[in-house]
Design a protein around this ligand. Structure first.
Ligand code: AMP
Length: 218
């Protein structure tokens, strides 16, 4: 039975990646790097990196590969001894190649890619109801004004609107789904298909079962 230590989580925008990342991190004791959350933080704090990324994020475009590759490379080197999860990276085949060569340099294997394969219709409906807490980062899916976790104010992400969503979905299909298929074809991914609305806990249960089987069969 294989011990799972290094995870990648791939999924479309608003597929529930952030929530599943939290569940996975808790269950498998993982440190998480969310490239999206990190870039948003850099923008809020006005760093050079934030300034470089802001225009892309505002237009719902992917930030250039070189920028994110550099962030992840540094983070992975600094966390070489840790068990970790990358949430939202790699998002292009070029990023997948960069990750594989960085890991090879460090002598670290990538243990598993979790592919959250949620249907387009489901995601679009969800995205319109998604809110994020300004204080604790908690994500909700019913258009709440107040955070159920800490009472903080909830906000709508600037990229959560129909026009931006259409662009992000196109990028997902064209650029990111091939990443999931690439790892799946190599036997390194578990695919979690979601075609009807499910509670996040239920999706996580399916994921846990799939991961247990994956670890056993290895
Ligand atoms: P997310 O929170 O993962 O949906 O990411 C929000 C935004 O950050 C994306 O729409 C991109 O503009 C940018 N971003 C996050 N991760 C990446 C990545 N791996 N490659 C390029 N852009 C990214």
């Amino acid at each position: 039975m294989k011990t799972l230590k290094r995870f990648v989580l791939v999924g479309a925008p608003a597929s529930g990646k952030g929530t599943q990342a939290r569940f996975l991190a808790e269950k498998y004791q993982l440190e998480t790097l969310s490239t999206g959350a990190l870039l948003r933080h850099e923008i809020e704090t006005g760093t050079e990196l934030g300034r470089a990324a802001a225009a892309y994020i505002a237009k719902a475009m992917l930030v250039p590969d070189e920028v994110v590759n550099e962030i992840v490379r540094n983070w992975v080197s600094a966390h070489a001894a840790a068990a970790w999860l990358l949430d939202g990276y790699p998002r292009t085949l070029a990023q997948a190649e960069a990750l594989e060569s960085n890991l090879a340099e460090l002598g670290l294997p990538l243990d598993v890619v979790v592919w959250l394969d949620v249907s387009h219709g489901l995601i679009q409906a969800r995205m319109l109801r998604r809110r994020e807490c300004a204080s604790c980062g908690c994500i909700t899916r019913n258009g709440e004004d107040t955070c159920p976790n800490c009472g903080g104010a909830m906000y709508i992400r600037s990229d959560d609107n129909l026009e931006a969503f259409a662009r992000r979905w196109k990028d997902y299909e064209r650029l990111t789904e091939p990443v999931a298929r690439y790892f799946h074809a190599k036997g390194q991914a578990v695919r979690i298909p979601v075609v009807e609305e499910k509670e996040p806990e239920e999706v996580f249960l399916l994921t846990r079962h799939a991961l247990e089987q994956f670890a056993e069969n290895d």
